[in-house]
Design a protein. Structure first.
Length: 303
């Protein structure tokens, strides 16, 4: 297995750990992208008219349900009103599900547009139960709408980190491969690559899908997994549990496995990071990938 430990990773665990922690990329979202004001402004323009509709509604709960029901039935496009209502209530998905509901918003809007009073009453009652009367009491619903959208950015950021980091890593890998190809290699980067790694003595077929694979003359040489942790995650534990065996089987096939990972979460996973390195030394954060991976890959390809 030693031959498959890349050059810069052949260091004591303490040295690896200190360098990793010192060069952590805490977050992956840049300041200018932290809140997407452009999209929020565009959404406000899109919902400006239905927002005015909600501003015009009665603030009395008893009559509010009737106003919403009848207004939906008389609207040329009830979807705009319904969609805006859900946005004001902090829901942005195409379907609304709860313990009591399973509603496709576009489908029920079409029913109401065709004159379905039951569906109109269902949405009106739903909005009342969700507290729409509290929204219509605001003098400036537009300001409230902006506040809701800024709040939703927190949820978006949770889903953006990992994918954004993968793009950064992909760009760096492409640069590395381009440089080596200009030196005479025939390398290719593949995404979501399935590696069949069961050895002949194994009767059970096994495989692993990696985020990226580096192929040399169409033969896989390096598999790469990518993760970013703003908070704690499960990967270090997974490495401790299973990567020793995975590494051995991939190495038997001439494949090195690399893990690129980063994020503030490692300030809370220090012991797990150290333990993971002992089992799987080919661990890079983004900074060490930029600094060492080109030379490491070059040496590995010469073996």
């Amino acid at each position: 297995m030693t031959d498959f430990v890349l050059k810069s990773r052949k260091i004591p665990s303490e040295e690896f750990f200190e360098d990793f922690i010192k060069t952590i990329k805490p977050g992956i979202i840049k300041r200018k992208n932290f809140i997407d004001w452009t999209t929020i402004s565009q959404k406000y323009q899109k919902y400006k008219e239905p927002i005015e509709f909600y501003l015009s509604l009665s603030t009395k709960k008893a009559s509010l349900e009737t106003e919403i029901r009848d207004s939906l039935l008389s609207a040329d496009n009830p979807f705009e009103i319904i969609d805006c209502g859900f946005q004001l209530l902090g829901h942005t998905q195409k379907e609304f599900v709860s313990f009591d509901d399973d509603i496709n918003i576009e489908a029920i809007s079409r029913k109401i547009q065709s004159g379905d009073q039951k569906s109109s009453g269902q949405i009106a009652k739903l909005f009342i139960d969700l507290g729409i009367e509290k929204v219509v009491t605001f003098e400036k619903i537009s300001d409230y709408f902006f506040g809701i959208q800024v709040g939703l950015e927190t949820h978006k950021r949770k889903n953006v980190g990992g994918e954004a980091f993968k793009h950064y890593v992909e760009d760096e890998l492409k640069k590395t491969i381009s440089r080596l190809n200009s030196e005479g290699y025939i390398l290719k980067l593949a995404e979501e690559y399935l590696i069949e790694y069961a050895t002949p003595e194994n009767k059970t077929s096994q495989s692993k899908t990696v985020d990226f694979a580096i192929l040399n003359k169409d033969k896989i040489k390096v598999g790469i997994e990518v993760n970013f942790y703003t908070n704690t995650g499960s990967k270090p534990t997974e490495i401790k549990r299973s990567y020793g065996e995975v590494n051995r089987k991939l190495n038997d096939l001439g494949i090195a496995l690399v893990w690129v990972t980063d994020g503030h979460g490692y300030t809370k996973m220090r012991k797990s990071l150290k333990d993971a390195f002992e089992i799987h030394p080919n661990i890079y954060n983004f900074e060490s990938l930029r600094k060492h991976f080109r030379d490491d890959l070059l040496e590995f390809l010469k073996k």
